[in-house]
Ligand binder design. Structure first.
Ligand code: ADP
Ligand code: ZN
Length: 600
């Protein structure tokens, strides 16, 4: 039977999609074939139809047992002679299937890779005619990839024992490097290579900066996908459970999925997800490979994935039915710190770690881009797209850039003054002139950079740090997460190199900043009025006494800037005291009454 007829009569479709026809022709005319097609592109038919056309049994290698059962039962429903062999079967069933294979009574046999490598596999197939080997999720062969399966490395050995059977390898995720690896490791012989466009035009890509994670997620779902099905990815099992509970409490139909759950519960949740509408699966990356649910309307990432491939594969689970869908992610500087730590603390050779850092840099560049996100993704998969997509956040709401050199200089000099020994949290505290415990411990309120950053708020500074890191003007120390200089930091400091930032940092300015600004806007060089001068000296004397009494340096009682701020604002109540520069809860409690005494 020819392929089109099978397509119509068995699968009930009218015509082939994309390059399906050519791919089928390639393998059925005896060529090794490599297929790169995005999720939902229709890979399965590319090997299923040839199995029905060619003599013998087609062996389909797939890494996921759940997926296998699903596909086989779908095929059986279409009247195809398909079975699977994996560890879930008992001995008798296995034996029965194998004897049917030997009798030529099966056209498609799905197998987990470990099963194929069992001793005795090739003997049990002696004399059996094998039509082809189909290696699904073939990127699992890549040691640098996120789905590496060691068993995949030995597939070539096995296929070599059946030299007549050709191999078709398929994947949805492949950069140039993985492509070469698949060909080499699977020993494909001058394969025909089919690369479909990786574009998923119906998915809108959006990245926002991380604030209050749960609230952000809640408003995203409530405002845009209230009754929709979606997947929420988190990095840790604990966060999966907490987030699922949060969504349940908010009245959503949410389930959790991660590798730490008992096998039965995991399977049950997956089944529920596949069969219900308006359902949200909160999961780690353990969930999703091969999930064929067409109407997933959104994929939300609460943590940064390890690479653009991982991100694209996970977001690719949205919108398989071609209807509008959203890929929504929030990320923050803490993600960068965590990911770097995971890479450095993980196992693996140093060149593996180097590749992992590079992959992380690529996805960070994607997050911080001011240009079309789709272009960046496609470029990553070696596809050059000229036009903007008009269906990603940066296209829909263009990000204006402004010269942020001055901000960068403030930040870098603050990092320099604190001797490149601190992480973003503390550096920002110093910039904002906060009186944190650490600031006091290290006397950082005495630095010339203390409080010079009060023209922006914390979120804006975080964003600037991220942008500097992404563009390589700052590094995060692997072990201590401290911010350190790179080769280009000094060029920015000295003004030789300009640094542009997303304009939205301005808009993130909060009310609070204005307040701080008012309080902070104490000009040390400003002449004090006679009355103020008197007050200043009185409080200063009190400060000296206090410092002797407590055995701590005077500035630890109150800094000069705080003194200036005090005589400027003349607080009357403890609430007003909080407005004073460098005075927080602890100081109000310790000295509040005494200080207020000066203003009665
Ligand atoms: P992939 O494995 O590439 O992610 P699938 O093989 O699961 O994608 O196919 C995705 C969806 O597209 C499935 O629902 C499939 O039935 C459908 N499909 C594939 N080829 C065709 C076709 N030629 N015509 C119509 N629908 C198709
Ligand atoms: Zn775009």
């Amino acid at each position: 039977m020819d392929s089109l007829k099978i397509l119509k009569e068995v699968f009930g479709y009218d015509s082939f999609q994309g390059e399906q026809q050519k791919i089928i022709d390639s393998i059925t005319s005896g060529n090794d074939t490599l297929v790169l097609m995005p999720t939902g592109g229709g890979k399965s038919l590319c090997y299923q139809i040839p199995c029905l056309m060619l003599d013998g049994v087609g062996i389909v290698v797939s890494p996921l047992i759940a997926l296998m059962q699903d596909q086989v039962s779908t095929l059986k429903g279409l009247g195809v002679k398909a079975e699977y062999l994996n560890s879930s079967l008992d001995y008798n069933t296995r034996d029965m299937i194998l004897s049917r294979v030997r009798n030529g009574d099966i056209d498609l046999l799905y197998m987990a890779p470990e099963g194929l490598l069992r001793p005795g596999f090739s003997q049990s197939f002696e004399g059996v005619k094998i039509a082809l080997f189909a290696i699904d999720e073939a990127h699992c062969v890549s040691q640098w990839g996120h789905d590496f399966r060691p068993e995949y490395l030995r597939l070539a050995e096995l296929m070599n024992q059946f030299p007549k059977a050709k191999t078709i390898a398929l994947t949805a995720t492949a950069d140039q490097k993985t492509r070469v690896e698949m060909i080499n490791k699977l020993q494909l012989e001058s394969p025909n290579i089919f690369i479909s466009s990786f574009d998923r035009p119906n998915i809108e890509y959006r990245v926002e900066s991380k604030g209050k994670t749960n609230q952000q997620l809640y408003s995203f779902i409530k405002n845009e996908h209230k009754d929709d099905t979606g997947i929420v990815y988190c990095l840790s099992r604990k966060k999966v459970e907490k987030t699922a509970q949060f969504l349940k409490d908010k009245g959503f139909n949410a389930y959790a999925y991660h590798a730490g759950l008992p096998h039965q519960e995991r399977n049950k949740n997956q089944k529920i997800f596949l069969s219900q509408d308006s359902i949200i699966m909160v999961a780690t990356i353990a969930f999703g490979m091969g999930i064929d649910k067409p109407d997933v309307r959104f994929v939300a990432h609460l943590d940064l994935p390890s690479s653009l491939e991982a991100y694209y594969q996970e977001t690719g689970r949205a919108g398989r039915d071609s209807l509008p869908s959203t890929a929504w992610m929030i990320y923050g500087i803490q993600d960068v710190v965590l990911r770097r730590r995971m890479i450095d603390g993980g196992e693996g050779a140093s060149d593996y770690k180097k590749v992992s850092h590079q992959k992380l840099n690529d996805i960070l560049a994607f997050c911080e881009t001011t240009t079309c996100r789709r272009k960046i993704i496609l470029k990553y998969f070696d596809e050059d797209r000229k036009e903007n997509c008009n269906y990603c956040d940066t296209c829909l709401h263009p990000v204006e850039q402004i010269d942020g050199s001055l901000y960068a200089q403030k930040l870098l000099s603050c990092i320099y003054r604190t001797e490149q020994n601190f992480g973003s949290g503390h550096v920002i505290d110093v910039l904002l002139g906060k009186m944190s415990e650490k600031v006091m411990r290290f006397n950082h309120d005495r630095l010339s950079t203390y409080g010079i950053g009060d023209d922006l708020d914390e979120f804006a500074w975080k964003s600037i740090i991220r942008q500097l890191v992404v563009h390589g003007h700052l590094k995060i120390h692997n072990e201590f997460s401290s911010l350190i200089f790179t080769d280009s930091s000094k060029a920015i400091l000295s003004g030789k190199l300009k640094f542009f930032v997303r304009k939205d940092i301005k808009e993130t300015k909060k009310e609070k900043t204005k307040k701080t600004k008012k309080v902070n806007a104490v000009d040390m060089s400003k002449d004090l009025s006679f009355e103020q001068k008197g007050l200043f000296d009185t409080i200063k004397n009190w400060r000296t006494e206090k410092s002797k009494e407590l055995g701590i340096p005077a500035y630890r009682v109150l800094s000069n800037k705080s003194l200036m701020s005090l005589v400027d604002l003349k607080p009357q109540t403890s609430e007003e005291l909080y407005e004073v520069y460098g005075i927080g809860g602890a100081k109000v409690q310790e000295f509040g009454a005494e200080i207020l005494g000066f203003f009665e």
